[in-house]
Design a protein around this ligand. Structure first.
Ligand SMILES: C[S@@+](CC[C@H](N)C(=O)[O-])C[C@H]1O[C@@H](n2cnc3c(N)ncnc32)[C@H](O)[C@@H]1O
Length: 381
């Protein structure tokens, strides 16, 4: 069965140069065992690469948007061929005027389509690809305006807090200004986000909730008051548009982890497809863990039902699932509740500890049996 275009969004621009979801939540929810088979949504590629640290046997990195697949190809080539300092410089974590020359060393690893894509985006390569997504340019603008409104001294002061008590006190006394709240009215606003940070299509299945900026203001407060700021590399990106240290970065970029990730790169299979169609082509009982990002919000309710029916069919018994909601509270349909169990306690802990600021829900689930309606032979391509 093919997906009707009206049931899901079409995305083609590079939206994410880095991943904006906390992989610590996926690592905990998925409890990946060595050798297991995993499905991830590629997105900014950081989380797919970071999940290699769990020692999976195979990782299918699936994304509907070909640009995100090309990004993962390029990051894999960079991890494979560059040493630690070169990798940081090439991706855009440290200064370099040599990125286009380094790209020449990587081109041999790219598929013809990815090579064409990046050759046509020399400026993005020159500036560092982690900054190349539409969302990152939106965040750069946000942090520039924040810098003017809050000032460098006040932002630095937040990151100097050493305890959660200090953070809360700092937030209440120094941070929570009228300008801070106005900033959210200005930026955490669907119209602005659709135009500058994502694409209008991204909001196609939005549930129409009106308290968008209020809700994001609350989520930001939680990240600043209830989660240690020092190691929160997402907060650093949102407030400063760069990572603050070599230690507070996605785990695949840590010096000690790089050789491990490099040795496991061949386990990644890059797939450009919507996840539901791709799952429909996978053998029954073949996948152990599913990291689904918040893709359900970018499809209709019916299509979400189809996605989870395919998840239950393709899952091994006991498989784990992690997914998020940003705006729309969309998830496992009632009809599958007996087959997919929500881990309520764990899910509550995940959202409480999630460093990524923006999500309203992170859910951990376990698949107990296959969907009755989907016990059918595997479709061939
Ligand atoms: C849902 S977005 C969320 C991104 C998120 N904020 C992050 O941290 O990266 C993640 C990715 O999902 C992809 N995507 C959206 N719908 C999809 C679908 N049905 N199947 C596969 N990928 C999908 C998008 O192209 C995007 O790259």
């Amino acid at each position: 069965m093919s997906v009707k275009p009206q049931d899901r969004v079409e995305l083609f621009d590079l939206l994410f140069g880095m991943s904006w979801e906390d992989p610590a939540s996926d690592r905990r929810a998925l409890a990946i065992q060595p050798g297991e088979t995993l499905l991830t949504v590629t997105s900014g590629a950081c989380n797919t690469l970071t999940l290699l640290l769990e020692d999976p046997g195979k990782v299918y990195a699936v994304d509907i948007n070909p640009s995100q697949s090309y990004l993962l190809e390029l990051k894999c080539a960079a991890v494979r061929h560059l040493d630690y300092c070169e990798l940081r410089a090439f991706l855009g974590l440290s200064p370099s005027d040599q990125r286009l020359q380094v790209f020449e060393r990587l081109r041999g690893d790219l598929t013809a389509a990815a090579l064409r894509y990046w050759t046509g985006k020399a400026e993005a390569v020159r500036k560092g690809v982690v900054h190349a997504g539409k969302y990152e340019s939106f965040i750069r603008l946000f942090s520039r305006v924040l810098g003017v409104l809050q000032g460098k001294k006040r932002i630095d002061g937040l990151f100097r807090c050493e305890t959660l008590e200090q953070q809360q006190d700092y937030f209440d006394r120094r941070w929570n200004t009228l300008q801070w709240r106005l900033l959210f009215k200005l930026f955490a606003n669907k119209r602005v986000l659709a135009r500058r940070g994502l694409t209008a299509d991204y909001f196609k299945f939005d549930d129409g909730s009106s308290s968008f900026s209020e809700s994001f203001l609350r989520r930001a407060r939680r990240a600043m008051c209830e989660i240690p700021v020092e190691s929160n590399y997402f907060l650093a990106q949102y407030l400063l548009a760069h990572y603050r240290s070599e230690e507070a970065v996605p785990a695949y970029l840590l010096r000690e982890n790089l050789p491990i990730v490099r040795a496991r790169l061949d386990r990644i299979k890059i797939v450009t497809s919507d996840a539901q169609s791709w799952l429909g082509r996978q053998p029954t009982s073949s996948i152990d863990a599913f990291s689904l990002s918040n893709i359900c919000e970018l499809m209709s309710r019916e299509e979400t039902g189809r996605l989870f029916a395919e998840v239950t069919r393709a899952a091994r018994v006991g498989a784990r699932v992690c997914f998020r909601n940003l705006m729309v509270p969309r998830g496992v349909p009632e009809t599958l509740a007996s087959e997919i169990e929500l881990k309520e306690e764990l899910s509550r802990e995940l959202i409480a500890e999630d460093r990524s600021l923006v999500y309203s829900r992170v859910q951990a689930l376990v698949v107990h049996s296959r969907s009755r309606s989907e016990r059918r032979p595997v479709m061939t391509r």
